[in-house]
Design a protein around this ligand. Structure first.
Ligand code: ADP
Length: 499
């Protein structure tokens, strides 16, 4: 399905030519030691840009700049001014939608159409939504009862203050959106930031770094340090000068973040892996369920932490639903992200390609199950994978248990609702779930029973800025988005005055 590919537009080309720096204290600089790494186009394996690689010393400089910035004009800015600045960042993202979508597609591999149609607008919206929060960080007035001070009157209130210097470590699957989910609430609440993008996809974060400057953000408020997880990332997570770390990535690395953060007991929020159940009841609208379950697993090449990667279908509809999704999978146009015809791009890297290939092999070899659609890596340049539907041999098979982070759906039939609820919750993860039914009570009853941070009913992948997002169990700590994320970036101070 190889198609002629448009060469980068002049805006993207000119950014690629100047992209390779760290953003520290308002300036784009080389790494102190001069190291760089290659950002690779997963659609053809070619190098897009050499990017400065932050190591320990660079991270130290970025943390120091963020600390200084807390006491500068940023710390004195009124909430309303801060809110307008955050809003302006959303405007600039929106004004540069095409360029950002192109950089995102080149760097990550995803279809340009998805980046432009879904992820850039969601990113801008996150800033617009959070802009309003800046002026609503109110405390409360409190009436204390103090039994051992009889007769004493008090005036007491709470104040909400920024946590301080925040380290943010983000993944490669939706890089721009992760920048938005992280920066918007941190800035709305008045913190300063050291952001480490994933080594696979540093480009849109760096472009946003330029836009922050254009928006008028004071120097040092946001510092961007592309680099590797074990070096820049681990150092940031362990840093004594960092007050909070916000991490999105794998559950395994999340655990190492917690260990690293324990040195100074910095605050930690984590958005980790998932193996989310998508459940089709017997009375579901079958066509809607097929379309929704397909979106749930195949959007963004399946590289979504909340992908609906386990499909449970009532046995009376199992063949029909699974065959419908398989047909859809076979019809997906897999191709280079910048090709406007492409509906699915390559996975992000050779490593990820190998990883998905390993699970495809396990799926093909399993006795008792069957690969209904796809099942192979594609034999062409770039890291392409066939959209795959596997009728799982049993509930304990690795394709059912483990997060694959690729376009691979494991389907299982069920007959009994209690048993289904137990199976759906029988996972170390708890990020999301889907329920497809025309029975309102059944939907709400299941929503109550599912141990998941988001339950979709007759829809999937709704990422509105207003809705809190995060995980039960080993899918994470805390929530992002919505008003809930604000408390992750604030300390509460009680002030009590004897009258
Ligand atoms: P994946 O395995 O899907 O690439 P990771 O969890 O490894 O996901 O990566 C998510 C982010 O975490 C990336 O920015 C990566 O560089 C970073 N990272 C990886 N290992 C560590 C680590 N030990 N400490 C801190 N950050 C890390």
């Amino acid at each position: 399905t190889s198609q002629p590919v448009a060469s980068p537009t002049s805006a993207a080309r000119s950014f690629l030519a100047r992209a390779g720096k760290l953003l520290i204290d308002g300036r784009f600089v080389d790494a102190a030691g001069g190291q760089t790494f290659a950002s690779v186009d997963p659609g053809n394996g070619e190098v897009l840009a050499q990017v400065a690689e932050a190591r320990e010393h660079d991270v130290d400089l970025a943390v120091a700049a963020a600390r200084r910035a807390l006491d500068g004009p940023w710390g004195r800015m009124s909430p309303s001014e801060r809110g307008r600045l955050v809003h302006r960042i959303g405007d600039l993202i929106s004004e540069h939608a095409e360029e950002l979508a192109e950089l995102e597609s080149l760097d990550n591999g995803k279809p340009y159409t998805a980046a432009l149609g879904v992820e850039v607008p969601l990113s801008a919206d996150m800033f617009w939504y959070m802009a309003g929060a800046a002026t609503r960080l109110n405390g409360a007035s409190v009436a204390p009862s103090v039994p051992y001070m009889p007769g004493q009157e008090f005036h007491a209130y709470t104040v909400r203050e920024p946590v301080g210097v925040v380290g943010q470590i983000i993944p490669w699957n939706v890089p721009l959106l992760m920048v938005a989910w992280k920066l918007a609430p941190a800035l709305a609440t008045g913190n300063t930031v050291v952001l480490k993008p994933a080594e696979q996809t540093p480009l849109t974060a760096l472009r946003v770094g330029e836009l922050l400057h254009e928006a008028g953000l004071p120097d040092g408020v946001v510092n961007i340090v592309p680099g590797f997880g074990e070096a820049a990332g681990a150092h940031l997570a362990a840093h004594e000068g960092v007050d909070k770390i916000a991490f999105t990535g794998s559950t395994e690395v999340g655990k190492s973040i917690v260990r690293a953060a324990s040195g100074n007991l910095k605050r930690v929020s984590l958005e980790l892996g998932g193996k989310s159940p998508n459940i089709v009841l017997a009375d579901a609208d079958v066509d809607a369920a097929i379309a929704g379950a397909s979106l749930g697993i195949f959007y963004n090449q399946g590289e979504v932490c909340s992908a609906g990667s386990r499909l449970y279908v009532h046995e009376s509809q199992f063949d029909r639903v699974v065959e419908g999704i398989a047909q859809h999978a076979r019809s997906i146009k897999v191709g280079y992200g910048m090709d406007p015809e492409s509906e699915m791009g390559p996975v992000v890297s050779r490593e990820q390609h190998d990883r998905v290939g390993h699970y495809l092999g396990l799926g093909r070899e399993a006795g008792g199950g069957a690969t209904i659609a796809g099942g192979h890596l594609m034999d062409r340049a770039g890291y392409f994978v066939e959209p795959t539907v596997i009728s799982a041999p049993h509930a304990d098979h690795p394709v059912v248990r483990e997060e694959i982070f690729g376009p691979v759906l494991a389907a299982l039939p069920f007959s009994d609702l209690d048993d289904l609820a137990r199976q759906a919750n029988d996972t170390v993860y708890g990020l999301a779930a889907g329920v497809w039914t025309s029975d309102l009570s059944a939907a709400h009853k299941l929503a109550r029973r599912l141990k998941a941070g988001t339950v979709h009913v007759n829809t999937y992948h709704v990422f509105a800025a207003e809705l809190p997002f995060g995980g039960y169990k080993q899918s994470g700590w805390g929530r992002e988005k919505g008003d809930e994320v604000l408390q992750q970036y604030l300390e509460t101070k009680s002030v009590v005055v004897a009258l």
